[in-house]
Design a protein around this ligand. Sequence first.
Ligand code: PEP
Ligand code: MN
Length: 383
Amino acid sequence: MIIILKPDVDPNGPEVQRILETLHYYQGVTTRISGVTGAERKVIEIYVIGDTSRIPDEEIAMLPGVERVVRVSKKYRLIGRHTADQESLGFDYNGLYFDQDSFYIFAGLCAVDTPEHVEMMFAALKEVGITTSRMGAYKPRTNPYSFQGHGRKCLPWLFELAGKYGIRCIAMEVCKEAHIEEIYEELERAGRPTGVMLQIGTRNAQNFELLKAVGSQEEFPVLYKRGMGITIEESLNACEYIASEGNRNIVFCLRGVKTNLGDPHRNLVDFAHVPVVKGLTRLPVCVDPTHSVGRRQIAPDGIHEIFHAAAQGVIAGANMILVEFHPRPDKALCDGPQALTLEELPHFVEDMKIVREAYQQRKDLASRYALQSLSPSIQVVRR
Ligand code: PEP
Ligand code: MN
């Protein structure tokens, strides 16, 4: 059960106290208060967890300070698109606005390696007018003897270089709660020259304690990558953990699913799910063509398979692309064989612009047809 409070109700005031006392009268329930910043206003909600079946909705709804009471029978109650909740879950971060209509390319290194490579990447982004990047400092690897990222020690120069080239947001994976604190401290120490979107990798898609940790802070938005071997529904439920802790600044990322049926690609591209996730949730949706395809291969039409996969996501309305580049893929410490080169960046950006425009045209076309199909009934009403 969720109790949504009226605007301006003080979470520490007597009205909330009275609501909590009433709820705690019923045994076996616990409560948690959460402040949620929506697109239009900040909302305070009380989550009631446990056996709420005996709590009468009407009685709670009558208490001073209560706007409405919602029974959580629906899945992914907070991130979901339900009839009573159509307000956009868009959010501002460091001068960028993310929602189901926005569009960003987060291009960069799989793993931070040298200052020279990072600087070359940022300079190339600046050249094409992009202010969003990806850079892994903490890398969960299948093989314990593989490079696992430079961790905290690369953050000072990474953030400084990001500031130098006007990068406003870097997507960066975190594998445990302490990483969030490290990023926060190093950003502060550097004077906040850039921003960070905390990435939950596919291997941690159901690491519920980590999801709670990124959810219980409001400093950084979260890029949640779907689990590689679980259903969309399971991934959305896991993603709901983040929102249920209070942070709703979330982007949901499709990155392919693990099956041999995707061979010769690293994963089976799942970008047909872009409109599905946009329909089930109110979150912006990202696609990661790099980890889906997993190789540099130019198709007979002269277009990279990674470009083709990205285009599939963008033509279907994706709001963000997470894609790996490297100035010297042969020297990359992680995922070199799937990295695009800096020479290919302007081509990629132009290609995605074409596809994004085509998507906008498809949307306009759909609304024209929708209007046409309405017009006969409008005529009937006029008569
Ligand atoms: C990544 O984006 O750096 C990554 C490791 O991706 P995934 O978690 O999707 O494998
Ligand atoms: Mn990678």
